[in-house]
Design a protein around this ligand. Structure first.
Ligand SMILES: [Mg+2]
Ligand SMILES: [Zn+2]
Length: 207
């Protein structure tokens, strides 16, 4: 019997795309429609400098609706990759649900299929990971995965809470990342206390 201990598993920050990393548009169907938010590169680069993986998880029902092809999506993501590279930032994984909301698939957020797939590929502990997005469904996704949730207000018009409360709210991804790094620093401190010695612990710098 094989068992993966949680100590050996990695942690990740799962990012929503539209309204979180890029400007919110209802359906982004052409590279020209895709605009990285001005702070996204810096925010992702900051995460890249930690041990956290950065994984994009996005619902793109425009594909099932016939508004966008897989090639079109690849072109949009190539533009995103180039703009992030220019900022010294990178994504460790990109997961897309191309299905229609009525299809009943297991990957459309708030279903956890994309996160489970990423967890399997990268040996990620979802309960020690974060989910950041601009919609309540991102919060629901994070909750379903038992992750820590951050709602950003840089995208979709604010939706009624309906009892779906994130662990934290931030104006943009940049403040969300700063909050996550504070949680990571607190976590490292707790680990030091558990060890009873400050010598063997990993330090996490908060910028
Ligand atoms: Mg969004
Ligand atoms: Zn799907």
């Amino acid at each position: 019997m094989t068992r993966t201990s949680s100590a050996r598993r990695r942690r990740a920050v799962f990012l929503d795309r539209d309204g979180t990393v890029s400007e919110y548009v209802e359906y982004c169907c052409r590279p020209e429609d895709f605009r990285l938010l001005p702070w996204a590169g810096q925010a992702i680069r900051t995460l890249n400098e930690t041990q956290l993986l950065v994984v994009l998880a996005t619902n793109q029902s425009a594909i099932a609706r016939g508004l966008l092809t897989m090639e079109g999506l690849a072109a949009i993501h190539e533009k995103m990759r180039q703009e992030l590279t220019r900022c010294g930032a990178r994504l460790d994984g990109i997961y897309v649900c191309p299905h229609h909301p009525d299809a009943g698939c297991v990957c459309r957020k708030p279903e956890v299929g994309m996160l489970r797939q990423a967890a399997e590929h990268h040996q990620i502990s979802l309960s020690e990971s974060y989910v950041v997005g601009d919609r309540r469904l991102d919060v629901l996704l994070g909750r379903a995965a038992n992750s820590t949730t951050v709602l950003v207000r840089s995208g979709h018009p604010l939706e009624p809470a309906n009892g779906v409360v994130p662990d934290h709210e931030a104006p943009t991804l940049l403040e969300a990342v700063q909050w996550i790094l504070r949680q990571e620093a607190a976590r490292a401190k707790r680990a030091v206390r558990r060890l009873g010695t400050a010598t063997s612990a990993t330090e996490i710098t908060v910028r």
